[in-house]
Design a protein around this ligand. Structure first.
Ligand code: HPA
Length: 276
């Protein structure tokens, strides 16, 4: 998306249609693999399939339904994305992150990003939940490459506190109150769609990564560019390549996501309830 005016028109066009169909929101949640049902928690929820939003890509991954939802949760207006876009689907990062900019125009100030991730830290186990404390971009690309959209933020945004310290505290205290063990760690983003090799996972561990996945980081960069507060939560659905003597597959990712979705949802709910 090279032309700034066209880029703005596309974001504004999508935001207008969503606002008319579903209304605005203060909080945005991107639901990762297996978490899509959480949209049903919204009161007076209204939904719009991505196919009816002009300019929106269409999600192609099993487990990602492709619907925008907005409603009320714990007294807050919350927008949820049931299904996100991934770089590996072939979309430019500009398209992958378009919904985050749409959220900004709809009034979202706090973005909660969730995902399924592979455990790189050897003390993790499948089913663990992890608070993202920082991330590493290993995709050799950045969603902000291209003309800067000054209406959203500066050319060179700071990402030194990308994951909001206060929201991290809120997630930790919510987890404790609910008796949920919440791990903490650094999420490394690689493009996928092939899972990593064992050598890559050893490299990631050496770099300080605790989890690895194929999403989230571009969305967080774009959210921070526009000044949103961000909270990132991962579900460790499998141990990353080479740690266990077994091949990796998407079914395991989905099965673990399904197994812990109630805990994950309870944590999300606790966080939303505690937002000011
Ligand atoms: N690697 C990358 N992405 C993932 C993984 C993994 O092991 N598990 C879930 N998403």
């Amino acid at each position: 998306m090279v032309d700034k005016a066209q880029a703005m028109a596309r974001i504004e066009g999508a935001a207008r249609v969503i606002e008319e169909a579903c209304g605005g929101a203060q909080v945005g949640i991107i639901l990762g693999s297996g978490l899509g049902d959480y949209a049903q928690a919204l009161q007076e929820g209204r939904a719009l399939p991505y196919g009816e939003i002009p300019g929106f890509p269409v999600s192609t991954v099993p487990g990602h339904a492709g619907k925008w939802h907005t409603g009320t949760l714990h007294g807050k207006r919350v927008a949820m994305m049931q299904g996100r876009f991934h770089y590996y689907e072939g979309y430019p990062l500009w398209d992958v992150t378009l919904p985050v900019r749409v959220m900004k125009l709809l009034g979202v100030q706090t973005l909660i990003v969730t995902n399924a991730a592979g455990g790189v830290n050897l003390s993790f186990a499948p089913g663990d939940l992890m608070l993202i404390t920082d991330s590493i971009n290993l995709a050799a690309n950045n969603p902000l490459i291209g003309p800067n959209l000054d209406a959203f933020g500066p050319r060179f945004p700071d990402v030194s506190r990308a994951y909001d310290p206060k929201l991290q505290q809120l997630a930790l205290s919510s987890a404790e109150a609910l008796g949920i063990t919440l791990r903490q760690g650094i999420y490394a983003w690689l493009t996928g769609p092939s899972f990593e090799t064992p050598a890559e996972i050893r490299m990631l561990r050496g770099l300080g990564a605790d989890a690895v996945g194929m999403s989230t980081v571009p969305e967080v960069i774009v959210a921070r560019h526009s000044g949103m507060r961000v909270l990132g939560l991962s579900c460790i659905t499998n141990m990353a390549a080479g740690i266990l003597d077994q091949p990796l597959n998407h079914e395991e990712v989905m099965e673990t996501g399904e197994r812990v979705k109630h805990t994950f949802r309870a944590l999300l709910d606790g966080v939303v309830a505690g937002l000011d």
